[in-house]
Write a protein that binds this ligand. Structure first.
Ligand SMILES: C[S@@+](CC[C@H](N)C(=O)[O-])C[C@H]1O[C@@H](n2cnc3c(N)ncnc32)[C@H](O)[C@@H]1O
Length: 289
């Protein structure tokens, strides 16, 4: 059963997970709620083809953030949700991925509950399982990974460097997959902490940029090499995945094959564009170095 409070004379708020990008990764329930919208509050990572599914007459309020800076403070988003619902409107709060995984959906639910308003949370495909599947990386595996941890790299740089906040010793233990949201720009600090706590420097690791989208890019190689070859931090979202199962990805297999080919430099390949299925496109045949 969806989490839905009893309806009141006020409007209804749908907190909808829009998935990692492409509209065809929306759930049918998300599509249904989106199409009921009278007003939509949406984030930066919502793709244009998802926004295209909104009713044309729905009012759109952008409340995202640009490169680390909140365009609208979280408290203001709560106030807007409450104000719009009290006007009796059908409000859709459209969020990237799943609302309850590093999405601040919990805080919005608390605000709506405190205001006595009706709401429903619609789950979405999160970046972790979306990107992992699209890049051919199993998050768990009977032999290689018995657990998977979702982490935020969005701690103050000093926190990561000093080792505070995360249990690095536990994270360095074998047979697990670590998935860092907002961690690409901190890959060097994250790798340093894990290796200092005993993780092998050549542990398979990947950065999936624009995962599940036609523009998807994957860098897959040993962790230490990945630190050197990580893409520069920019506006495209990226996910960092560290663990033995990354070795099962065709991107990793291609990287190893390229590094063994005659004349290959030790650090090849630098970047693997998406030559493999998983983004809804036909696999391409050739793999440039
Ligand atoms: C604020 S978090 C929101 C996560 C979202 N609630 C979810 O469940 O996916 C944003 C981070 O998710 C990751 N992310 C979201 N979409 C992504 C995508 N298509 N490809 C790679 N990473 C993505 C990136 O690490 C980005 O910095």
């Amino acid at each position: 059963m969806p989490v839905e409070a009893s309806r009141s004379r006020h409007g209804m708020v749908y907190i909808v997970g829009a998935g990692p990008g492409p509209a065809d990764l929306l759930t049918l329930r998300a599509l249904d709620r989106i199409q009921r919208a009278e007003v939509v509050l949406h984030d930066r990572l919502i793709a244009p083809d998802v926004l295209a599914l909104l009713p044309p007459q729905a009012e759109r309020l952008y409340v995202g953030k640009a490169l680390g800076h909140h365009a609208v403070a979280q408290a203001q988003i709560h106030a807007l949700l409450i104000e719009q619902a009290r006007m009796g409107r059908c409000v859709v709060r459209l969020k990237g991925g799943d609302p309850h995984i590093f999405g601040r959906g919990g805080e919005e639910v608390q605000a709506l509950q405190a205001a006595g308003l009706s709401f429903e949370v619609v789950p979405g495909v999160s970046a972790s399982n979306g990107c992992a599947s699209a890049a051919g990386i199993p998050l768990t595996h009977r032999e290689l990974a018995h657990s998977c941890t979702f982490l935020s790299g969005h701690l103050a740089q000093g926190d990561i460097d000093s080792g505070a906040n995360l249990d690095w010793a536990a994270l360095a233990r074998p047979r697990q997959t670590r998935v860092f949201y907002m961690g690409v720009e901190r890959v060097a600090s994250i790798a340093r902490r894990l290796i200092a706590h005993g993780l092998a420097p050549d542990t398979p690791a990947a950065i999936v940029q624009d995962g599940t989208r036609p523009s998807q890019r994957v860098w897959a190689m040993g962790l230490e090499a990945l630190v050197e070859q990580a893409p520069p931090y920019g506006p495209r979202p990226g996910l960092l995945i560290i663990g033995e199962t990354v070795a099962l990805s065709p991107h990793f297999v291609a990287a190893v094959a390229a590094s063994l080919s005659p004349g290959a430099k030790a650090s090849q390949p630098r970047e693997q564009a998406d030559h493999f299925s998983g983004t809804g496109r036909e696999p391409r045949r050739s793999i440039p170095g």
